[in-house]
Design a binder for this molecule. Sequence first.
Ligand code: SF4
Length: 324
Amino acid sequence: MNIPIFVPHVGCPNDCAFCNQRSITGVTEAPAPESVGLIADEYLSGGRTGPHTIAFFGGSFTGIEPRLQRGYLAQAKKYLDSGRISGIRLSTRPDYIGPEQLDLLEEYGVTNIELGAQSMDDAVLAASGRGHDSAAVRRASALVRERGFTLGLQMMTGLPLDSPEKSMATAEEFIALGAEETRIYPTLVMENTRLADMYRAGAYSPQTLEEATELGARLYGKFRAAGVKVLRIGLSDSAELKGGCVAGPYHPAMGEAVVSRFVRGQLEKMVENGRLDIEAPKKYFSKILGLRRCNAEYFLGNGVGLTLTEGERPLVNGKYLLEF
Ligand code: SF4
């Protein structure tokens, strides 16, 4: 479980076309290093069980002034050393990773580094104003892995000049680079971004919700088959996100919508004689039926008879259904 500390836009001189950190996180100022302890204490006393990780999200952590990085990390390390958390994770840009940055992160016991790669297609990266190319992602990924950190690679779909094929190729390359974790973010057009200007000028068309969900399900399946953990699909919903979203595939529960679609695809392959007779542990029911029963309605709408009963392992028409 992550204890999220948002460090918005601190140290970031870049201007990615899609980015307005304020709208995305709902946080306008970086917290003082001392507040790391307060946030962690609140989480740890909240009765949530299981291992916790302090996670610095929201900006480009290794772009922050090193003294401030040390301030944040020193607070987090106290919790790591006392065994109250099991790891420290952070996200940053691929071009902000080099041997010196990694020395510092190693010194404070950082365990997981997530790189905002977004795409492995140079035309997409350039059109999105990322300010780095795919070679930077390859270089940083190799360094992160050589030094023994867990590598996470984050991607976006539906960026300017992007296509489903380019997104699938990006996923393939993430796997080849040794990513152990990933996050998938369908691009939303947020207010006060260059992408919003492009959209209003007719120079950018966002994905539809259907396109983003379908592609998300294909990507989820690909990563899952390769053993890459999908940590998140879609931004966390919030009033700021919803209110600031001008266009694009906004969904309050994008991750669930995508996993529902993935499961639907799995089930579709197992229809026999117009029927899906499913047995599964209760914990799978909501995923099988789909978000707000969308899968059940899809199959019934297509004339497929569906029954769902409780069983020990997921079986469809007597055959094993992959766990998800
Ligand atoms: S590098 Fe990250 S924080 Fe900076 S503008 Fe781009 S997306 Fe936003």
